[in-house]
Design a protein around this ligand. Structure first.
Ligand SMILES: *[C@@H]1O[C@H](CO)[C@@H](O)[C@H](O)[C@H]1NC(C)=O
Ligand SMILES: *[C@@H]1O[C@H](CO)[C@@H](O)[C@H](O)[C@H]1NC(C)=O
Ligand SMILES: *[C@@H]1O[C@H](CO)[C@@H](O)[C@H](O)[C@H]1NC(C)=O
Ligand SMILES: *[C@@H]1O[C@H](CO)[C@@H](O)[C@H](O)[C@H]1NC(C)=O
Length: 422
């Protein structure tokens, strides 16, 4: 049984017992133990499409202060979130450790259901916070009306194109060639357009390309197609968004892990995924052309240079204007975006508002940010981290009680220290 599956199972068990009021002896033991032993497994094939992962959002429901978390009479303050699968490993592992060590008992469930569903869960108040790899569009933002919503940068999320071609450890693709592949117009790695960009490439025979995309509403797809819209205006004609109408020849799958698992299982394949997830699986990252015409992978890029191009709105403003794809700069990675925590600024009526605010502050601490790399993500550049903390300060919530949320180093992960950029 994969660790992720154990986590999901634990979570569901704990949720069930919370709903029925049954003292949750065994499930809690597992919940508090799993994160401590969990290593991020973004590419674990056993975790693919786990149906349980989609059943969790909204339970326990926000505002429900009491969720039994042990055999004792004590109740835990609960703050629930749902959304981005790109952040699922990062959040579930970190929050699992945090709730196991907090000074005051807390329950911090997170469900990876995709950015689109996370937005919906937040809007319908099914969860206390949503997580989305893209901000609300201007239309969505306007529809919020008088509801004061914070979109707080969570982590830097870069999306890379990965290939699995036997013997190929470097591949360069320009935007038009990339677009033609995902439109099904280029069907083999032996195509002259690919050969022109990669003169020494010797693709294996039987080299028809297997294309793997996301089938669910996905912020990853939104970033990838945003790049193509901007960088390949004369070829890419499917627009951009959480989902687009890819040709029927692509294989659409659900969730970041499924894309990575597909690429590692099938040769002559290409797909796009959260950079760190593909890197961890040992896939070859394609060097993409940025706005300045430089070819680079996400590992070679400079994210402070990217951050310096941005003009940030007010905390409760319209963040759809913050666009990180295909911006100027020699070392900017062109398929970049922030993931966002979506929450109501006014938490005065929420019994667990104090916990929510402390959780948001905790998630911006240098230790948590630095360790996002273990989940395949990148820390926020320093200037963005500072802006995120200003947004956290804008949450109207009581300052007490102090729940004592503290960072614990993952047991089986490398020690990650250092600055907040990279
Ligand atoms: C490879 O692609 C070509 C062009 O789309 C197609 O005619 C051929 O049947 C494909 N070969 C295999 C083995 O799928
Ligand atoms: C960035 O701009 C592209 C192209 O105009 C658009 O498709 C995309 O939605 C924008 N992204 C964000 C986060 O606003
Ligand atoms: C590429 O696909 C083959 C199956 O054709 C698989 O054996 C191999 O492990 C994959 N490579 C990577 C890096 O996952
Ligand atoms: C960007 O790269 C180009 C080409 O290598 C170079 O001429 C230019 O000086 C660089 N600009 C900066 C700001 O580094």
């Amino acid at each position: 049984m994969s660790l992720l599956k154990i986590l999901v199972t634990c979570y569901v068990l704990a949720t069930v017992s919370a709903q029925t009021g049954t003292p949750a002896g065994c499930p809690l033991t597992l919940v508090t133990q799993c994160p401590a032993v969990a290593t991020p497994a973004p590419a674990s094939p056993a975790s693919l499409g786990s149906p349980a992962a989609t059943t969790a959002p909204g339970s326990p429901s926000p505002g429900t202060a009491a969720a039994p978390t042990s055999g004792s009479a004590g109740a835990a303050a609960t703050v629930s979130g749902s959304g981005s699968t790109a952040l699922q490993s990062f959040l579930q592992n970190d929050l699992g450790r945090t709730q196991a060590t907090s000074a005051v008992k807390v329950s911090l469930p997170y469900s990876g259901v995709g950015s689109g569903q996370g937005q919906q869960d937040f809007l319908s108040r099914t969860v206390n916070y949503g997580v989305s790899d893209i901000p609300f569009t201007t239309a969505q933002y306007n529809a919020l009306g008088s509801r004061q919503v914070l979109q707080i940068p969570a982590v830097l999320n870069t999306v890379s194109v990965f290939v699995n071609i036997t013997g190929v450890s470097r591949l360069v693709l320009d935007p038009d060639t990339l677009a033609r592949i995902f439109l099904g117009q280029i069907t083999s790695f032996g195509d002259p357009a690919i050969k022109a960009l990669n003169p020494t490439l010797v693709p294996p025979t039987g080299n028809n390309i297997s294309i793997i995309t996301r089938a669910d509403n996905s912020g990853t797809t939104a970033l990838f197609t945003s790049y193509l819209v901007k960088a390949s205006p004369s070829v890419w004609n499917l627009g951009s968004g959480l989902s687009v109408n890819f040709p029927t020849t692509v294989r659409g799958v659900t969730g970041t892990n499924s894309v990575v698992a597909g690429l590692t299982a099938v040769g002559n394949s290409i797909g796009y995924a959260t950079s760190g997830a593909g890197e961890a699986a040992g896939l070859t990252e394609v060097a993409l052309r940025n706005f300045n015409g430089q070819y680079l992978t996400s590992v070679q890029a400079n994210y402070d240079e990217l951050a310096n191009q941005l003009v940030l709105p007010a905390p409760t403003g319209d963040w759809s204007t913050v666009n990180l794809t295909y911006v100027a700069g020699n070392a900017t990675f062109p398929v970049s975006g922030f993931s966002y925590y979506l929450l109501d600024a006014n938490q005065a009526a929420n019994a667990n508002g104090a916990l929510l605010k402390q959780l948001m502050a905790y998630l911006q601490t240098p230790e948590v940010q630095a360790n996002a790399v273990i989940g395949g993500l990148r820390p926020l550049p320093a200037t963005i981290n500072a802006a995120a903390l200003r947004s956290v300060a804008a949450i109207a919530a009581p300052a007490t009680p102090d729940f004592g949320l503290a960072f614990t180093k993952p047991a089986n992960a490398p020690i990650v220290t250092g600055g907040t950029s990279g």
